[in-house]
Write a new protein. Structure first.
Length: 395
């Protein structure tokens, strides 16, 4: 009846399905961005377990949430983004809605922008998270790339980035990664954030900061420094938060969309359109993940436990970066992998080609995204030696 060809598999989630179907006992998954501990498990954080126990005892109803979700998710999200007592919070210039994950936040933002900036082109870093393009094209926007990754230096293509920023037209939308760039692990430096603030002010650009990894780079406060360059310039921005990674709440689908405006009145007006967009997609968010986040961030001892557990995840990833670089140096001198020590967050662009990625999958049951992106959080003391052996062999 529909006469459709097969849709292509998702480059990240499709890979997870292929991994699950592989029966080899020593298979290694460095594909999807999911944290694994030293034993290869994706644990439920202790802070989450404690919050869930409380919720089980105290919850009295499963009636609908309001369109923006649990009110405390909004207030705590703003504290994480801006800092407690920040002027933006005091002045009522930010409004936040809880969303089904970071993807939900981005899709709500896209539908909101169709109301606010229907003529805009949406600009993505090259490369970017594969789903960015899909989301904004699905919402009807033309999507273009700005230069970002420099293969030769395995770092930021600062010149290309600045030049492409100049070419962005008045009123367009810039998608920026708040920290821990996905897929490259290469973050914008201070000069780049300042250039963005300058161009956004001059050309009335919308900056939408995708902030899916707060706390995975250097720390909760350090990771928001780029966002704060934009805020300090007085810009109105949109922020898509995710609590999938930093709370380990992947399958609870919990994130948030925040709009920061120049005045409280503008914030209220913009938020009314965000709510209208939500109503048209999913009406109101699911409750459980939001209540977990609100419970943890609402109580000092649970919050302290979460911050400690987040620091442990961050430290383990950094440690695995160093171990991987050392492991590769011990095995070969063809490629200097030191750049991986300078990248931030869960991911690294390994520099492996698509052919090498496919060979690793075929010969060694090692699963890496086609772009060569490695989920460093999937490296463990048990798999690092076979991993480094296999990679050294395909170089
Ligand atoms: C990733 O980039 O691997 C994660 O954000 C998971 C996803 O939805 O793609």
């Amino acid at each position: 009846m529909f006469q459709l060809d097969l849709a292509p598999a998702d480059p990240i989630l499709g890979l997870t399905e292929t991994f699950k179907a592989d029966t080899h006992p020593d298979k290694i998954n460095l594909g999807v961005g999911v944290y694994q501990d030293a034993t290869g498990q994706t644990p439920i954080l202790e802070a989450v377990k404690q919050a869930e126990r409380r919720l089980l005892e105290t919850e009295t109803s499963k009636s609908y949430l309001s369109i923006p979700g649990v009110p405390e998710v909004a207030s705590h999200t703003q504290e994480l983004l801006f800092g407690e007592g920040h002027a933006i919070i005091r002045e009522g210039r930010a409004k936040t809605a809880q969303t089904p994950g970071g993807t939900g936040a981005l899709r709500v933002a896209a539908d909101f922008l169709q109301r606010a900036r229907p003529q805009a082109t949406v600009w993505l870093s090259n490369p970017s998270w594969a789903n960015h393009r899909t989301i904004f094209e699905a919402a009807g926007f033309p999507v273009k790339d700005y230069r970002y990754y420099d293969r030769a230096s395995q770092g930021l293509n600062g010149e290309g980035f600045m030049a492409d920023l100049e070419g962005v037209a008045d009123g367009d939308v810039l998608i920026l990664h708040g920290c821990c760039h996905n897929p490259s692990g290469i973050d914008l430096d201070q000069a780049a954030w300042e250039a963005i603030a300058h161009q956004a002010t001059a050309k009335n650009l919308v900056c939408l900061v995708d902030f899916a990894y707060q706390g995975f780079g250097e720390g909760l406060e350090e990771d928001r420094s780029g966002l704060h360059v934009l805020l300090n310039a007085g810009l109105a921005v949109l922020v898509a938060s995710s609590y999938s990674k930093n709370f380990g709440l992947y399958n609870e689908r919990i994130g948030a969309i925040t709009v920061v405006e120049e005045t409280a009145e503008e914030a209220v007006n913009a938020f009314s359109h965000i709510q209208a967009a939500i109503r048209a997609i999913y009406s109101s968010p699911p409750a459980h993940g939001g209540k977990i986040v609100a419970t943890i961030l609402g109580e000092d001892s649970l919050k302290a436990l979460w911050i400690q557990e987040l620091a442990e995840m961050r430290a383990r990833i950094k440690h695995m970066r160093q171990a991987f670089v050392q492991g590769m140096t011990d095995r070969q001198q063809t490629v200097d992998f030191d750049f991986i020590n300078h990248q931030k967050g869960m991911f690294s662009f390994s520099g492996l080609s698509q052919d090498q990625v496919l060979k690793l999958r075929h010969d060694n049951h090692i699963y890496i995204v086609g772009s060569g992106r490695i989920n460093v959080a999937g490296i463990t003391p048990a798999n690092i030696d076979p991993l480094c052996d296999a990679i050294a062999k395909v170089l």
